[in-house]
Design a protein around this ligand. Structure first.
Ligand code: 5GP
Ligand code: ZN
Length: 117
């Protein structure tokens, strides 16, 4: 599935919903979260609609590596790589996934607790 009309991250990826975009190529888009939970809070999403990790494993497993690669690039570009950053992937409703389009949270700029809430 290339694009789903009612999906907000498909809309961002295809320029139909405004977002502060930090990185974009044919496969992945990175943009600031609209409701940041840390001083740095970026979302990395595949351009094609992929609902979750299971769908990615089935349809396009290489996109997962690409998402992590872009997360590391964004962390470097925002100068948070040295201090450290947290990557979060809420997979499935029970884990807190609200937007059903695979995404990686890149968060930094404050201390993070463990275990996560
Ligand atoms: P989830 O809970 O699904 O892992 O995270 C979804 C994230 O998407 C949340 O952190 C939320 O703030 C963010 N978000 C929801 N709608 C929008 C939007 O329209 N634009 C942007 N940039 N982020 C959004
Ligand atoms: Zn989508």
């Amino acid at each position: 599935m290339a694009e789903i009309e009612e999906c907000i991250f498909c809309k961002v990826a295809h320029g139909k919903l405004p977002a502060y975009i930090l990185y974009k190529d044919d496969f992945v888009v990175a943009f600031h979260d609209i409701n940041p939970q840390a001083p740095v809070h970026v979302l990395v999403v595949p351009t094609r609609h992929i609902s979750d990790l299971e769908a990615a494993a089935e349809q396009e497993p290489e996109i997962v590596g690409r998402m992590f690669q872009v997360a590391a690039k964004v962390a470097g570009d925002l100068n948070v790589a040295k201090n450290g950053y947290r990557l979060v992937l809420n997979n499935g409703v029970g884990a807190g996934q609200i937007v059903p389009h695979l995404h990686l949270h890149v968060m930094s700029g404050r201390r993070f607790g463990w275990p996560p809430g």
